[in-house]
Design a protein around this ligand. Sequence first.
Ligand code: NAD
Ligand code: DAU
Length: 357
Amino acid sequence: MEDLILVTGGAGFIGSNFVLQSIASEPARILNLDKLTYAGNLNNLRAVEAHPRYRFAQGDIVDRDFLRDLLGREQPRAIVHFAAESHVDRSIHGPDDFVRTNVNGTFSLLEEARAYWSALPELDRASFRFLHVSTDEVYGSLGPSDPAFSEITPYAPNSPYSASKAASDHLVRAYHHTYGLPVLTTNCSNNYGPHQFPEKLIPLIILNACAGKPLPVYGDGKNVRDWLYVEDHCRAIRTVLSNGRAGETYNIGGRSEKKNLEIIGAICGLLDELRPNDPAVPHSKLITFVKDRPGHDRRYAMDTRKIERELNWRPLETFESGIHKTVRWYLEHEDWVRDVTSGSYRQWMAKNYATER
Ligand code: NAD
Ligand code: DAU
């Protein structure tokens, strides 16, 4: 086996941050397998594209022949599986791709990983790992005073997106229980930071606010998410990959619960300071309440004591430091923004924010 990590979905938001951090911090080589959907962007990886320890392979995780050939040829010691359709609103408009990639794609990857792993020499078999990156949304929605989700909270997914992720988590679990495949599952809360596609709340608000466009708030704006800076998530995944116990799941979160209106208020406050000459100042006057997301989960919160206790992981960023870095990143990367907001992005915005959804 090679000192090679196969990363799926490494051209997306979290995957690209993971690739950049891994290349900078460890000796392993990284092979990035990505289909390059609307969410995959090789500009995210410009800093490493010529690095001797980085390579890119375009492909689809549903394609078993492709996966078999790749695994046989490359001999990775681990697979870190990010590839997914990830946006809840898109899953409401069109769930097909979510079942295809998140369920069938994870199944294909598990089947080919199992065949590859079964044929490895004994020592390599023992050290191989399949790390599945999942979400807190599989646990459903919390009331205002419910305790945070723990690793033993029963699954109760509410959207086509979270249901497809829950299905993939169950398959991963079953491959450990039935076949002994050495899997690890991480369930993380909402990420934010550089490279996030501006269909998600934080980058959407930053870009709309700068352009003087409405800041769309679903429902009453009091839905709560637990926010984690993306680099802290990537460090957590690397920690679980190195030291996690095979077969276990680990919850990851920022201990940073915030209502959507608090997030939007924080971004507007930062932009008032950094961009006093924007078309609309104060930026908060652009806040516009719009029709709620169907089935909108009210609150997510993560109990992260297991990963803190067993693996000594903790976030390094506070929400205040992370959101400051994030706003600055979007302001300083106009070319990246221009590239991702052309073409199909405009069609998505028109469709999702039409008066009748
Ligand atoms: P993203 O949408 O930004 O990126 C997904 C990547 O997967 C893209 O590069 C895309 O091209 C690739 N991809 C999609 N379908 C593919 C296929 N069939 N074959 C190969 N590649 C394919 O997603 P993200 O926000 O970076 O999320 C990454 C993972 O982390 C997902 O599994 C998601 O469920 C999970 N997650 C995300 C968050 C969050 O806040 N964004 C939080 C917890 C967990
Ligand atoms: O919790 C982890 C999940 O976080 C990940 O698994 C998903 O991949 C990721 O997309 C994210 O899901 P959310 O639905 O929580 O993220 P999003 O940024 O789409 O929305 C955050 C909150 O903001 C949510 O309550 C909906 C609200 N919202 C979102 C958008 C896009 C708005 O009020 N207006 C908007 O325009």
